[in-house]
Write a protein that binds this ligand. Structure first.
Ligand code: SAM
Length: 219
């Protein structure tokens, strides 16, 4: 799959702080994985882990770092296109001396389709994907049948696709989309204890949005 012409993200203003620019310049060579069209060697990228999970759309990365601290034997390939967040996550990785997080800054469609080997991931985390609430924008939602098929091809049998959303109609949309896939089994679940509150989730809760967690097992 190419990067879709209709994007699931909208690049927001470039309000990036000096600290985020500095982190990007200093730390990318240590913790970043630059996009190219070749498969990533996940064993070299994460030499000391038992599992590798890709996180799509980490935002500012606070939840990513908390999860990575709590699961030191899992490697996290964290991906977003939001430059301030990339700088922020790089500095949090340094501050927390984390050896199990690598950062990428491309569209997840492109990374998955060109850089991730088939059946090589132990999980995908997708927390609070842009909800695109207007009907005319539904085509921008990252969860659709094509993306589910792409994710299925990259996950190992037994891997888990964890999702959370604060937009209830999107939760139902996801349930319907996954129901058409013979490769996944799952649905809405109680909030996993291991999942920290994310920045975007906090904003949704302040607006009284109901949060739904979803969990799908790759058969
Ligand atoms: C609503 S924010 C949620 C951020 C974070 N997970 C949280 O809960 O605070 C969604 C994030 O997904 C990123 N995103 C959307 N589509 C993406 C894609 N195709 N590839 C990588 N990142 C994407 C956006 O840049 C944005 O930072």
């Amino acid at each position: 799959m190419e990067s879709p012409t209709i994007k699931s993200f909208k690049l927001r203003g470039t309000r990036i702080t000096d600290a985020q620019i500095d982190a990007r310049q200093r730390l990318w060579s240590q913790f970043g994985v630059t996009y190219n069209s070749q498969l990533i060697d996940l064993k070299s990228a994460f030499p000391n882990v038992e599992k590798v999970v890709m996180e799509i759309g980490f935002g500012m990365g606070e939840a990513t770092v908390e999860i990575a601290r709590n699961f030191p034997t899992t490697g996290f390939l964290a991906n977003d296109v939001h430059q301030p967040g990339i700088g922020k996550l790089l500095s949090l990785i340094e501050e927390n001396s984390l050896g199990n997080v690598r950062v990428m800054d491309e569209d997840a469609h492109l990374i998955l389709s060109t850089m991730i080997g088939d059946h090589s991931l132990d999980g995908i985390n997708l927390f609070f994907p842009d909800p695109w609430p207007k009907t005319r924008h539904h085509k921008r939602r990252i969860i659709n049948q094509e993306f589910i098929a792409l994710a299925a091809s990259k996950l190992k049998s037994g891997a888990i696709f964890n999702i959370a959303t604060d937009w209830e109609p999107y939760a139902h949309w996801m349930v319907e989309a996954f129901a058409t896939s013979p490769e996944f089994h799952g649905g809405i679940v109680p909030r996993p204890q291991w999942r920290p509150l994310t920045r975007f989730e906090g904003q949704g809760l302040r607006k009284n949005h109901k949060v739904n967690d979803l969990s799908y097992l790759r058969k």
